[in-house]
Write a protein that binds this ligand. Structure first.
Ligand SMILES: [Zn+2]
Length: 316
């Protein structure tokens, strides 16, 4: 009796449905173009996804000084799994009308096989070419920010000049960085940043890149880490770079230690200072490792901040 019923279903209608779904409508392999664009006053701002990197965590990278249970509880409250996360990398292109400024360069060619290092292709998908970039700003010298400066041993943005923090350059090019814990990162700086030094303007806290783009020293993540405030037509936006690197763990618990931060306490103090400013001014920000398109607001909570992803605010 039971077998008869199953047999009846098995031999008739379902077979036809299965064939139709699999053979006649193949899945699309067309990818999302990987950029997000809006106007900020007279500026055009484009956030570009260099790639995604799934991995284990966020603990102990985030909440390095916390128990795994503590971190898991916060993540689960926020509908996130405790054992896996996806890191994302988001350089930003700003057309001021006079200059095409690229902030950070992604992981570069070495990461392309793993599906990252896609900045160049996606600049093109967004309507520009790498040769159109006139200024490259580097927020700090970690590999996911400087990896795309060179392409086949040549400058990847052939017509660009460069702007970066003096403190960052001085730290990474000091002789003693070439051994010990900083060795690999310092070698990447020697390969990708130092050859461009003659075309680089070194800035400090409060210096302008161009009119309407101001650098702010936000040290802690690295000794010379800089963020950038954009102002145009009465509107403001902050590029927070790596001030906060996980939209829940770093923003809701800004004091938690993060393995990537060179000075854990200074990084936490800077996080609170920067996001207090963004929350109290109620202005949007783009965080390099926020979930794509990486644009949002920060709402101040009793402890920390809630990341509020942008919806239509910047279309108006
Ligand atoms: Zn980074």
């Amino acid at each position: 009796m039971k077998l008869g019923v199953l047999g009846g279903f098995g031999l008739a209608a379902p077979r036809i449905m299965v064939r139709a779904a699999h053979a006649e409508v193949p899945m699309s392999e067309v990818e999302n173009p990987g950029f997000y664009r809006f106007k900020l006053g007279e500026f055009e701002v484009t956030s570009i996804l260099d790639g995604l990197r799934p991995g284990d965590g966020p603990h102990p990278t985030f909440g390095a000084d916390q128990s795994p249970e503590n971190v898991a509880e916060l993540l689960e409250q926020n509908f996130l799994p405790a054992g896996r996360f996806v890191n994302s990398f988001t350089p930003v292109l700003v057309n001021t009308g006079a200059e095409l400024i690229l902030f950070d360069t992604g992981l570069g060619a070495g990461a392309r096989e793993g599906g990252m290092g896609r900045l160049r292709a996606r600049i093109e998908a967004s309507g520009y070419g790498p040769d159109d970039v006139s200024v490259v700003v580097v927020t700090h010298f970690h590999g996911d920010h400087i990896g795309g400066l060179m392409e086949d041993g040549q400058p990847a943005f052939a017509n660009a000049r460069y702007v970066t923090g003096q403190a960052e350059y001085d730290f990474w090019t000091a002789e003693e960085r070439l051994s010990g814990a900083t060795e690999n990162a310092a070698r990447a700086v020697q390969a990708n940043v130092v050859p461009l030094a003659e075309k680089t303007t070194f800035i400090g806290d409060g210096d302008e890149v161009v009119t309407g783009v101001t650098g702010i020293l936000a040290a802690g993540h690295t000794p010379g880490h800089m963020i950038f405030r954009l102002e145009s037509g009465g509107r403001s936006l902050v590029l927070t770079a790596d001030t906060a690197n996980h939209y829940v763990a770093s923003l809701q618990r800004p004091d938690w230690h993060v393995a990537f931060d060179a000075d854990k306490e200074a990084a936490a103090a800077t996080r609170k200072q920067v996001f207090d400013m963004i929350a109290s001014e109620r202005i949007p920000f783009i965080g390099y490792h926020m979930p794509f398109p990486a644009v949002g607001y920060a709402e101040k909570l009793d402890v920390g901040y809630r990341f509020v992803p942008v919806s239509y605010q910047l279309m108006l």
